[in-house]
Write a protein that binds this ligand. Structure first.
Ligand SMILES: NC(=O)c1ccc[n+]([C@@H]2O[C@H](COP(=O)([O-])OP(=O)(O)OC[C@H]3O[C@@H](n4cnc5c(N)ncnc54)[C@H](OP(=O)(O)O)[C@@H]3O)[C@@H](O)[C@H]2O)c1
Length: 264
C-alpha cells in the first residue's frame, strides 16, 4: 500500500495510542497527512496529543477513551470503526504484560491480558475489514511479539495471546489473497525489546528495572519505520530491526534450544 497515495479524508485508527509503539504510529501517520483516531484510557494524554497533532499537521484527530479489556470499551471502538467510511488503516497496538508463573497469576488480570491481545483485535479487525472490503483498499496492522518464537517460560499467557494474533492475521491475509482481495493488506509485527512504558507499568511497578543488554533494544520509531517500509512492499510478517531478524533466524535453527540450555 502506498501510504503517500492516501487521501486527505482517509483515517487511521490506532489503539494504544497514548504511549509507546501506538503513539509513535500516530505521530508518524499524522506527519504523512492521515487523519487519526486515537484510542486508549488516559484522557489528558490523548487530548494533548490530539491538539498537538492537529496544530502541527493540520489534520483531523478524534479521541476515544476506552478500556479495551472491557466489552463496552470494545463496542465503542467497533462502532466508531463502522461509522468511519474513509477508514484506511487499523493498528491494534494496545496491550500490556504480566509477570509470574501461571498458577500464581491473578485470574482477572490474566483474563484482561487475554482479552486485549485476542478478543479486542479480533472484533476490531472484523469490523474494519467490512469497511476496507467496501473501499477495496486499506491495511490492518496487528502487533504480536518476538516472544512467540521461543519456548515460553514466565510469560506464557502473554506469549499464547501473541501467537493467536499472529495466526489470525496471517490466516485472514491468506483468505483475502485467495478471494482476490490483495488490495486489502494484513500485517503482523513482531517487535523485540522496545523502549516504551511496557516494562514500567502493571506487574513491572515496584520490581527491579527490567534489564537486557543495550544492543537488544529498539525504539518505537524504529518499529514504526520498519513496519511502514514493509507495508509499502506488502510483506505481511514484519520483524523490526536486524538484531531481531538475526535472533529470529537463530531461534529457528533445529536443536538450538538444547544448545542454549546446555550453555545456560
Ligand atoms: N515494548 C516491548 O518491548 C514490546 C515487545 C513486543 C511486543 N510489544 C507489544 O507492543 C504493543 C504496544 O506496547 P508498547 O510497548 O507500546 O507499550 P506501552 O508503551 O505500555 O503502551 C501500551 C498502550 O496500550 C494502552 N493500553 C494498555 N491497557 C489498556 C486498556 N486496558 N485499554 C485500552 N488501552 C490500553 C496504553 O494506554 P492507556 O494506559 O492510556 O490505556 C498504551 O497506549 C503491545 O501489544 C505489546 O504487547 C511490546
Amino acid at each position: 500500500m502506498k501510504l503517500n497515495k492516501l487521501g486527505q479524508n482517509d483515517y487511521a485508527l490506532i489503539t494504544g495510542a497514548s504511549a509507546g509503539i501506538g503513539r509513535a504510529f500516530a505521530e508518524k501517520l499524522a506527519s504523512l497527512g492521515l487523519n487519526i483516531i486515537l484510542v486508549a484510557r488516559r484522557e489528558k494524554i490523548l487530548n494533548d496529543l490530539r491538539i498537538s497533532l492537529e496544530k502541527q499537521y493540520g489534520i483531523h484527530v478524534d479521541v476515544i477513551m476506552a478500556d479495551l479489556t472491557q466489552k463496552d470499551g470494545i463496542i465503542a471502538v467497533k462502532q466508531k470503526i463502522m461509522e468511519t467510511n474513509s477508514l484506511a488503516l487499523l493498528i491494534n497496538a494496545a496491550g500490556f504484560g504480566t509477570l509470574g508463573k501461571f498458577n500464581h497469576l491473578d485470574e482477572k488480570k490474566m483474563e484482561a491480558l487475554h482479552t486485549i491481545h485476542t478478543t479486542t483485535p479480533l472484533i476490531l479487525t472484523h469490523a474494519a475489514l467490512q469497511i476496507l472490503l467496501k473501499r477495496e483498499q486499506g491495511a490492518i496492522i496487528n502487533i504480536s511479539s518476538m516472544e512467540i518464537f521461543r519456548p515460553p517460560k514466565i510469560g506464557i499467557v502473554y506469549s499464547a495471546s501473541k501467537q493467536y494474533i499472529s495466526t489470525l492475521t496471517l490466516g485472514i491475509r491468506r483468505q483475502l489473497r485467495n478471494m482476490g482481495a490483495s488490495n486489502i493488506q494484513m500485517h503482523v509485527v513482531y517487535p523485540g525489546y522496545t523502549r516504551t512504558e511496557f516494562h514500567h507499568v502493571g506487574d513491572y511497578i515496584g520490581k527491579r528495572p527490567f534489564k537486557k543488554p543495550k544492543f537488544l533494544w529498539t525504539t518505537p520509531d524504529q518499529v514504526v519505520s520498519a513496519t511502514l517500509k514493509a507495508v509499502e512492499k506488502n510483506k505481511g510478517k514484519i520483524i523490526p530491526g536486524w538484531i531481531n531478524k538475526m535472533i529470529r533466524f537463530i531461534f529457528g535453527i533445529p536443536g538450538v534450544w538444547w544448545i542454549l540450555k546446555i550453555f545456560g
